[in-house]
Design a binder for this molecule. Structure first.
Ligand code: GLY
Length: 403
């Protein structure tokens, strides 16, 4: 006799295998993009004059990297890319390159930090290196860097002095920039790894003060907040990289989304999760159709300045993939994941990938518009967060934790 449940069984099986195939297809796409990154990075390696010449940026019409030196704010991203390629492929050649490249930065960790950027420099290089190899040399470098960053903390203000050089140059007595949120990760990491409770307290104080003074009512952020060193009072919010003091510089908002997301991961404090979601919603509300923002959210209507910023998109994509795993509201969590996948798909299209044009992964980032540097060019940190996002999405698709 014919089984009456057979049609139902076939129906369920077709749905399950369909989902399975969809997931497999998605994984293949991430693998293809990661393979693309390995090929591009291989070309850069051939062009790189020495291990301590670190790829930094390519202007729009250039086809070769401008290199920077160990200690510049972007010097950790190339070693970070090499570590990610090792993580993604398991190929020991990438580990060798990553080690050589990271080790050029060791002397930087033995000097006094000249800005908050010590966090970018060391977490991308030694942070990834330690995570993947457990090498104690990297751990010590990170602890030295964290203590050096701590020296820039002003307890009266409750935040880190981001740019000591701007105190005299701009007349900003105690300045804290939104980018500095990213470097709290080094303090949190170091506190958990033998650096002491104080580092964690500094990170929390910095994040709380930033939450209080940095954001306008509509939750767009100032780039720079200036405080009085004696009273700790907030004096003003201004810009350095953005279009106007009152506009939303895209990468600044991206740093904030990323920063409050990991502050939730590191502290478990719901206020950071809630805040990360709210500033994300502000960012998502005003994006062009392909979800890649203008470098400043007020620049889209200015004919000579209407450039996209792939770097802001890459940072946000990576952050949203993580944030989507923490947000408890299912609808919101799915929305963040969906938007992240759409952003990653735009970045992986012919419109944004450099492909055979140059050995960078991505085109169309804006580094410093007011100084007319890296306008619509390729920038190493765009590539770093793009690859990070690809790896994070692949992990999620494989059912693994995002990091
Ligand atoms: N930290 C500088 C920038 O995002 O351009």
């Amino acid at each position: 006799m014919k089984n009456p449940y057979l049609p139902l069984f076939i129906f369920i099986l077709s749905i399950v295998t369909g989902c399975f195939r969809e997931n497999e297809k998605a994984l293949l796409i991430q693998d293809k993009e990661i393979k693309y990154c390995t090929l591009q990075a291989g070309v850069t390696l051939k062009d790189q004059p020495a291990a301590d010449s670190l790829p930094h940026a390519m202007e729009r019409t250039d086809t070769l990297w401008q290199y920077t030196h160990p200690g510049s704010w972007t010097s950790g991203f190339w070693p970070g890319i090499l570590w990610y390629l090792y993580e993604a492929t398991g190929d020991p050649q990438w580990e060798t390159h990553a080690r050589h490249s990271s080790e050029t930065l060791l002397p930087v960790t033995r000097k006094k930090a000249h800005s908050h950027d010590i966090g970018f420099i060391t977490m991308c290089s030694f942070g990834n290196g330690y995570r993947l190899t457990g090498d104690p040399i990297y751990r010590e470098a990170l602890l030295r860097a964290a203590h050096s960053l701590k020296a820039l903390y002003n307890p009266v203000v409750g935040t880190i002095l981001s740019w000591p050089g701007m105190v005299a140059a701009e007349g900003w007595p105690h300045n804290t920039i939104i980018d500095n949120m990213m470097n709290l990760e080094l303090l949190c990491w170091a506190s958990k790894n033998g650096g002491g409770e104080k580092l964690y307290e500094i990170a929390v104080s910095h994040a709380d003060r930033t939450m209080k003074y940095r954001f306008r009512e509509d939750l767009t952020s100032y780039h720079v907040t200036v405080y009085d060193t004696i009273t700790g009072d907030f004096i003003q919010g201004v810009t350095h990289h953005g279009l106007y003091d009152h506009s939303m510089w895209a990468r600044g908002q991206a740093w904030a989304i990323y920063g409050y997301t990991f502050m939730y991961r590191e502290t478990g404090e719901e206020r950071y999760l809630d805040f990360a979601s709210r500033i994300t919603d502000t960012y998502l509300r005003e994006l062009p159709q392909d979800l890649i923002p203008y470098w400043d959210f007020m620049a889209g209507s200015l004919p000579d300045k209407a450039f996209r910023d792939a770097s802001a998109a890459a940072i946000t994509t990576s952050a949203l993939l993580e944030l989507s795993t923490y947000v408890k509201d299912q609808e919101r969590s799915s929305l963040y994941r969906k938007r992240a996948e759409q952003m990653l798909s735009s970045l992986s299209s012919g419109a944004y990938q450099a492909r055979s044009e140059k050995s960078a992964f991505l085109l169309h980032s804006v580094g410093h518009m007011p100084k007319e540097r890296e306008v619509d060019g390729s920038i190493i940190y765009a590539d770093y967060y793009y690859l990070e996002a690809l790896i994070r999405l692949k992990r999620l698709q494989e059912g693994k934790p995002v990091i």
